[in-house]
Design a protein around this ligand. Structure first.
Ligand SMILES: [Zn+2]
Length: 152
């Protein structure tokens, strides 16, 4: 028997459970949270932390062009960094132009084109971030006018 995946809010994911091992789906819960689910050992499990909508973006590093779009969506998720610490990662995403920007803390936002969903944006950011050197502290990138906040 499969056990359905349940969102933090308590609603269950009701996807087909005849999935192949390694199958992946995006689960968009009615509460607004989004997940990337993997079918493992007969059950759906979340491959990533929940992507949670947020009404106001607390960061100013994002470009005004994307933030000001009518269909701009704002999300955050947690990502594990040095020493198991989890830090919030913020996303702005515009489906109509398929652009996203993602950043953690005061880092320069990573800009992406051809983004079809916020789950895809999360996946691409995590791949990029982890490619920076695994458990090391992220390097600050870019020398333009965006000043990173102190990480202390
Ligand atoms: Zn939910």
């Amino acid at each position: 028997m499969e056990s359905p995946f349940a969102c933090i809010c308590g609603r269950s994911h009701s996807a087909e459970t005849s999935a192949q091992e390694k199958a992946r789906v995006e689960f968009n819960c009615r509460c607004g949270r989004r997940y990337k689910l993997e079918f493992r050992e007969g059950a759906w499990a979340d491959a990533t932390d929940a992507i949670t909508p947020e009404k106001r973006q607390p960061l100013t590093a994002f470009s005004g062009e994307l933030k000001s779009r009518d269909d701009c969506q704002r999300y955050y998720f947690s990502h594990r960094v040095t020493g198991g610490l989890k830090l919030p990662v913020h996303i702005v995403f515009s489906p109509s132009v398929e652009k996203a920007e993602i950043t953690m803390g005061g880092l320069k936002p990573l800009q992406m084109d051809a983004v079809r969903s916020v789950v895809e944006a999360q996946r691409r950011w995590v791949e990029w971030f982890d490619s920076l050197g695994g458990t090391r502290r992220p390097r600050r990138r870019g020398t333009d006018s965006v000043s990173p906040l102190p990480l202390s």
